[in-house]
Design a protein around this ligand. Structure first.
Ligand code: ADP
Length: 159
């Protein structure tokens, strides 16, 4: 059985993330979506909230598991005996960051491979930080985020 971990901040998850996860399920038998507790210093959503949102979205996908992790990804992968990390790439700046991260992870854990999926064109402009501004200032976010994410984000940013 092929298993991969798809790690990230997911603060909040966007349609770009969901697309990478869904395409990952076509490649791997099981995907563990791992929400990084500490990746962002001041996240809008707690890790528990991000896990709950993702669980709701993927409730009908038995081969997707949502979890949270703290600390190094390589340690999390080691603990779960997983040898593949799945990440997405939108543009050159993602490439620069992602290649550095993949090389650092490889140096720490030589048996761990990072596999990249190119963002689909219609999602390549979407980022969690842009989404927060779009929703904060009442822009049109429907094509960028799942309705569950939009509802939670509106509640959060208005409270
Ligand atoms: P991190 O803080 O670890 O970079 P993110 O939640 O921002 O976490 O992103 C997780 C992964 O998803 C990264 O590999 C990132 O490049 C990828 N990603 C983010 N947005 C998109 C998108 N719109 N399309 C495809 N991949 C994306």
């Amino acid at each position: 059985m092929t298993v991969a971990i798809c790690p990230g901040s997911f603060d909040p998850p966007t349609n770009g993330h969901l697309n990478i996860i869904e395409r990952g399920t076509q490649i791997f038998d099981r995907l563990i979506v791992a929400v990084a507790v500490n990746a962002s210093k001041a996240p809008v959503f707690s890790a528990d909230d991000r896990v709950a949102i993702l669980r709701e979205i993927f409730a009908n996908k038995p081969n997707v598991t949502i979890d949270a992790f703290e600390g190094l990804m390589v340690e999390y992968a080691r603990q779960h005996n997983v040898h593949v990390i799945l990440r997405g790439i939108r543009n050159l700046s993602d490439y620069e960051y992602e290649s550095q991260l993949a090389l650092a992870n490889k140096a720490m854990s030589p048996g761990l491979e990072t596999i990249f999926l190119m963002a689909e064109g219609r999602y390549a402009h979407i980022s969690s930080s842009i989404i927060k501004d779009v929703v904060r200032y009442s822009g049109k976010a429907a094509e960028m985020i799942h309705p569950i994410v939009e509802q939670r984000l509106r509640e959060k940013l208005r409270s």
